[in-house]
Design a protein around this ligand. Sequence first.
Ligand code: PPS
Length: 287
Amino acid sequence: MRSVNYIEYHGLMLPKESHNADSLQYFEKLSVMDNDVIVITYPKSGTTWMQEILPPLLHGGDLTTVQTIPNWDRVPWMEETRASLVMDKLHSPRAMVSHMPYHLMPPTFFTSKAKVIYVARNPKDVSVSSFHFHKMASFLDDPGSFEEFIDKFLAGNVFFGKWTDHVKSWRNPDLGDRILYITYEEMIQDLRGVLERILNFLGRQLSSEALDCVVNNGMFKNMKTNSMSNYSLVPEDIMNSKTSPFLRKGIAGDWKNHFSAELNAKFTAVIQEELKDTNIKFPWDEE
Ligand code: PPS
């Protein structure tokens, strides 16, 4: 909390660049609607990817908003400063994203029937992606060395706190069948299959041709060239893509290029310990 770059919200560090008292008050008072679709992610887990694929899935395959509206206004973060400016402009059903843990969601979320898509990613790859993001984003603390950053990550001294707390909070049984759990790794392996699961969960259909277009548009190499999704609209003094592009590698397993054997053992032990009293299992557990 000591850094000038963050404000504290219920014990979480949030970047001042995109969060303030007004945006958090807006978040708390937000009227969540029954047909809203909310994507929940711990940062660096596939948020931007979902901002790319959800609008055409919800709107008959139409790619117009993906080609004309920046991702942060197209599928806004509920807690960020842009939310109050764009929320009323969203087409129904609205799609929005949030990095918040379950217990901090606004009161109307709990009384609504809004559906939730939770995207998880191997925390080792999340930490690598976050490390590079901290280097390129001037509004975040300098990450220090990779090893130093991993210590902060494991301790939860990073924006939105500990990865394990986030994952655990969203396993709340009260969510019932309102929530669909997917992983970044499944999207890498079989994007079409994941999109079909999402359509099924949302009770929607798309023609095979329209789905092909959504898949194609959501491919990493195509998102890289979409100025509405690659953060090139952000001034270089805020996000310096020469240091590291926002859409950096877009792969699963890049952690293997960053972790020593010792660091890997330490990381695995901490995560396992913090999840040991849960029944949460992930495809990367055996790696
Ligand atoms: S943020 O800052 O929380 O919104 O970041 P987020 O969008 O959640 O995560 C950024 C990482 O997601 C990768 N990404 C993709 N990977 C594969 N395919 C597609 N289409 C795609 N879109 C975004 C992005 O490259 C970041 O991961 P890294 O590992 O840094 O490349």
